[in-house]
Design a protein around this ligand. Structure first.
Ligand SMILES: Nc1ncnc2c1ncn2[C@@H]1O[C@H](COP(=O)(O)OP(=O)(O)OP(=O)(O)O)[C@@H](O)[C@H]1O
Length: 409
């Protein structure tokens, strides 16, 4: 705020007793003229201040009115798609219509593509919603461009091919399916032990198709309050429709889609409601555009068959632990960026890793690197892999950190 200029000095009247009558009169007259001029100056300042006060009052009134309109009129939700020279392209939630619009001047510099915003009746952007406002973001992991590529996944080539056929092809060339006259699978269920690359597969296919990856853990859907779980399911599908093309990935789907138990506790009823909502979203799924749905479970045996019916999760892909060749491939992937001595025989190491999952092999590679660092070396040797193996096996016995997992499913 600028400071106002200092006030004029107060004029002083100096009368010398030596002065003649005429001189005194002249001095008094001069003093009077100075007083008048200071007075004029002060008057002018006062009138300027009054004008400014009036201006500020008008501004306050304007802001108050705007605030009232913001508070009373309903605003609609939209997502910023693109900032162009001609304005801001937004996509409305609900009807998915794209609109070219503008933002209030005070928001202009802050807007970014991907922001959730509130718009008024004439589509003008009124507010940027922060993540707190977006409660959905808290339960979901949203990744506009996941970094996993197919080359990062080892030992499950058949599964990669099947996922590409079932998810990537319908997203990339829907017209092929139309022309041939077959419906692409509605949902793809990946099942198998933990740490075998199910999440990686879903991320890689989203990456390949430039789709937004939206992950929700089934356990997140099991909520305390009635209706919360089914609301989240609705939100999940709405969000995917807003962000299409999108890949929805529900991990641990068994948490909401287990076989019905006989117990009639209210918690079970709530889980049932959440599952029913999931089924109804999947049944009305066709009109949702470029959205594919994938899910994963380690407990295939627990699943309620209702979710496996045609039109729901109708493509089942088993993702097992890797065989010896797969293990070698995964080991090579995870040591790609590491400085490994030339004489390390990955085939031999892989042969000793019976029952290791991809995640176990990733942990082994990192651990081997740590042993080299602890030894003050920058090159990883065979002995580091042996030490890492021993450490993981020991830990597995004591179950302090998860080692290779033997899993029944
Ligand atoms: N087939 C694989 N190829 C390469 N790395 C793998 C593979 N499987 C697992 N990994 C490694 O293990 C990590 C965890 O894998 P991922 O999350 O995909 O497993 P998941 O099958 O989804 O496990 P969960 O059932 O526990 O969710 C990956 O980030 C990767 O480092």
């Amino acid at each position: 705020m600028s400071r106002s200029p200092s006030l004029p000095d107060r004029p002083r009247l100096d009368l010398d007793p030596e002065m003649s009558e005429a001189e005194r009169l002249a001095a008094i007259r001069q003093h009077y003229e100075r007083l008048v001029s200071v007075n004029d100056e002060l008057d002018e300042r006062l009138s300027e201040a009054t004008d400014r006060q009036e201006e500020l009052r008008e501004e306050v009134e304007k802001l108050k009115r705007r605030n009232e309109t913001l508070k009373t009129s309903s605003l609609y939700l939209a997502t910023v798609e693109e900032l162009t020279d001609d304005g801001v392209v937004i996509k409305q939630h609900g009807n998915n219509q794209e609109v070219l619009t503008e933002a209030s001047p005070h928001l202009d510099s802050e807007l970014e593509a991907g922001d959730r915003v509130a718009i008024n009746d004439s589509f003008a952007i009124q507010q940027i919603l922060d993540d707190e406002t977006d409660s959905r973001a808290q339960a979901m992991e949203i990744d506009d461009s996941p970094e996993v590529a197919y080359e990062d996944i080892g030992g499950i080539d058949d599964q990669v091919r099947e996922v590409r056929e079932a998810v990537e092809d319908p997203l990339k060339s829907p017209e092929m399916f139309e022309e041939v006259g077959v419906d692409p699978p509605s949902g793809v269920l990946l099942y198998g032990p933990p740490g075998t690359g199910k999440t990686m597969l879903a991320k890689a296919v989203a990456n390949e198709t430039d789709a937004t990856f939206i992950k929700m853990a089934g356990s997140e859907l099991v909520r305390k309050f009635i209706g919360e779980g089914s609301r989240l399911v609705r939100d999940l599908f709405d969000l995917a429709a807003e962000r299409e093309p999108a890949v929805i990935f529900i991990d641990e789907i068994d948490a909401v889609a287990s076989k019905r138990t006989d117990s009639k506790t209210s918690g079970d009823a709530e889980v049932q409601r959440t599952m029913m909502q999931l089924l109804s979203e999947m049944d009305g799924f066709e009109e949702r555009g470029e959205v594919r749905i994938m899910a994963a479970t380690n407990r295939f045996d627990m699943l309620d068959e209702a979710i496996l019916r045609p039109g729901r999760f109708d493509r089942l892909i088993e993702v097992p632990k890797p065989d010896v060749e797969g293990r070698e491939h995964i080991l090579r992937i995870h040591t790609r960026e590491m400085n490994v001595a030339d004489d390390v025989d990955f085939g031999e190491i892989a042969a000793s890793l019976e029952d290791y999952s991809g995640a176990d092999i990733a942990a082994l590679a990192t651990e081997a690197g740590m042993f080299a660092i602890r030894d003050g070396r920058t090159e990883i040797r065979r002995e580091d892999f042996d030490d890492a193996y021993e450490k993981i096996e020991d830990a597995d016995e004591q179950t302090t950190i998860p080692g290779p997992t033997t899993y029944q499913y």
